[in-house]
Design a protein around this ligand. Sequence first.
Ligand SMILES: [Zn+2]
Length: 273
Amino acid sequence: MSGPNRQTTSMTAARYANECIYCGEHDAPLTKEHVIARSLGGDVVLQKASCKTHGDITSAFETRMSRETYGVQRARDGVPTRDKERRKVLMAQRVSITGINAAGESETVAISRDEYPHMPMIVRLPTPGLLQGISPDIESGVALTSGLDTDQSSKISRRFGLRDIVWSSAGINPRTVIRVLAKTAHAFACYELGPKGFEPLLLPLIVDDVGSGSYFVGGFEPERRQNKDPLILREDEIFGEKYLIVDISLKFFPDMPLYQVVVGRPLAGSHPR
Ligand SMILES: [Zn+2]
C-alpha cells in the first residue's frame, strides 16, 4: 500500500492470543485484533484475540474515529480506503459555508469537498492523571485544535467575496479517541506480554466505557512529537509502584502528538521485551 501517511513497522509477525483479550473467553470463535486499527493505518495483528461481543465493541469506536471524525480529511489526503463507494458518495457531496458578504450580510454558499481547506483535528491530552498523582475521579481537560490551511481558506474567501467564514469540521469526540488509545495500548501489551502477562487496568474504559479516561490515557507536557516506532511498551515506577506504559504514535495523523497510556501493572517476573 502507498500513501503519504502510511505507517511502516517491522512488527509484522503474527502472534496468537488464543483467548479474548477483553474477557478471557477461549471456547467461542475468536477473531484477530489489529493492535492499531487497520482503519487507522495499523498492520500489527494479534490472532485469535477477540470474541464477537468485544470485537464489535472495539471496532465500533475505532470506526467512529476513523470514519466520522477523519473520513473527509483522509479522503482528501488520498489515504487508501476499503470502502471506495462510500468515499465516492462522500466526496460528491457539497459543503455549505457561511460568511459575511460585501453588504455586511450573512451569506451561505456551497463548495465541493475538494475545495474545503485542509483542517486536521489534533487531540491534545494532558499527562495521565495517574502519573501526576491526581485522583481517578477527576476528568482532566482535553484540547482540540485544528491547523487550518489558510492559503486555501483565503482563496475561497476571495472567490465568494465573503469574510469571517466559519470553518467547521466533523465533530470529534475526545472520549472516542481516548478509548481508541486505551484499546491500542491494551492490545499491544497483550501482543508483547500475552493476555495473562500483566495486570490490565483499562478494561472498564474499553469494554464498558466507564471511569475517567484521562486518569490512564494522556499525552506529554510539554508536548512531544511522535516517535519513529508507532508503539513502545515501557515500565516506569510512579510513586513507588511499577506500571506498564505504552507510548503511541498515530502516524496516520502526523499532526497528532505522542500519547502515553498506563496500560497495567507488571506481574512479578515479567519484563517488556
Ligand atoms: Zn470477549
